[in-house]
Design a protein around this ligand. Structure first.
Ligand SMILES: C[S@@+](CC[C@H](N)C(=O)[O-])C[C@H]1O[C@@H](n2cnc3c(N)ncnc32)[C@H](O)[C@@H]1O
Length: 276
């Protein structure tokens, strides 16, 4: 299932799996997490708080009537998964998971995919390919509101989002995270939602930020932190719903949250394109 070369270099998806207590990871991932936690002991709590936001915001979207979802940078399955939460509200809800890590895609396809729930290989740096993907088009109806998630994935879009495929490498001018998000937004119907989190340079101490950047710099997924203002700009065209852009754990806390941890590294928000 996993290409042997995958095992030798840590990846964001598997490091996150380590921090959430999962088992789909290798020694390189566990080693990278050990280094991270040595400098940055609250990072597993930040990951859990992030996951808690994902599930609470998914339920909020479903309770607001959304029954189709697009989760970009979905990561490895971690129960309860997004489709399980939204199907608790809409049993027929459709969910498309997207990740650019083939290990994630293969694993999700064999464990999670079933009728109306599917995983495709796609890259947030090429939003049009995701939007035009035949399986996405066959599953989601873009004339109706969709719940989009970009949770803990924008910080892996470094520089201008170039991935080298088209000659851009993240250093020259080109698409910024804001441009990429605008392209996704423009494909969505009024009333669509966006759940988003980001590792934020304004909410974490500087030494922790530099340790985090150094560890992730050695993995397949280097990181770029953004300020609160830059994260807020990703919501352009959306109205930011209560309580706004806040620490993940402070976003509508709930008594039944399986991930109640509080940490200060990740900010979260839920936006909606104003309904017509
Ligand atoms: C930290 S995990 C977050 C998983 C899930 N969204 C959550 O918050 O629980 C980040 C995921 O984003 C994926 N990823 C990183 N860069 C990406 C990109 N350019 N396009 C799509 N997925 C990406 C990684 O492979 C990983 O699975």
């Amino acid at each position: 299932m996993t290409h042997p070369s995958d095992a030798s270099q840590a990846s964001a998806a598997r490091m996150y799996d380590v921090m959430l207590g999962g088992e789909e990871n290798f020694a390189a991932d566990r080693e990278a997490v050990k280094m991270l936690v040595a400098h940055f002991p609250t990072v597993p709590d930040a990951c859990r708080a992030n996951r808690g936001f994902l599930l609470r915001s998914a339920r909020a979207m479903a309770e607001a009537g959304i029954d189709q979802f697009l989760d970009i940078g979905c990561g490895l399955p971690t129960p309860p998964n997004l489709h399980q939460v939204v199907r608790g509200v809409h049993p027929e809800a459709r969910v498309v998971y997207v990740d650019n890590d083939l290990t994630v895609v293969t694993h999700n396809q064999s464990t999670v995919d079933h009728s109306g729930v599917l995983t495709i290989h796609g890259d947030l740096r090429r939003p049009q390919e995701i939007l035009d993907h035949p399986r996405v088009r066959a599953t989601l109806d873009f004339t109706r509101p969709i719940g989009v998630f970009t949770v803990a994935v924008w910080h892996f879009i470094v520089g201008n989002g170039g991935d080298g495929r088209d000659g851009r490498d993240g250093r020259d001018g080109g698409d910024t995270a804001r441009d990429l998000m605008a392209r996704l937004r423009d494909a969505l119907a009024p009333g669509s939602y966006l759940g988003l989190t980001h590792a934020c340079s304004d909410t974490m101490p500087e030494d922790e930020a530099s340790a985090g950047l150094a560890v992730y710099g050695q993995t397949r997924n280097p990181v770029q932190l953004r300020t609160m203002r830059e994260v807020g700009e990703l919501f352009e065209g959306f109205e930011l719903l209560e309580p706004g852009l806040v620490l993940a754990a402070d976003w509508r806390p709930a008594d039944d949250d399986p991930f109640p941890e509080h940490a200060f590294e990740v900010v979260a928000g839920l936006g909606r394109i104003p309904p017509r």
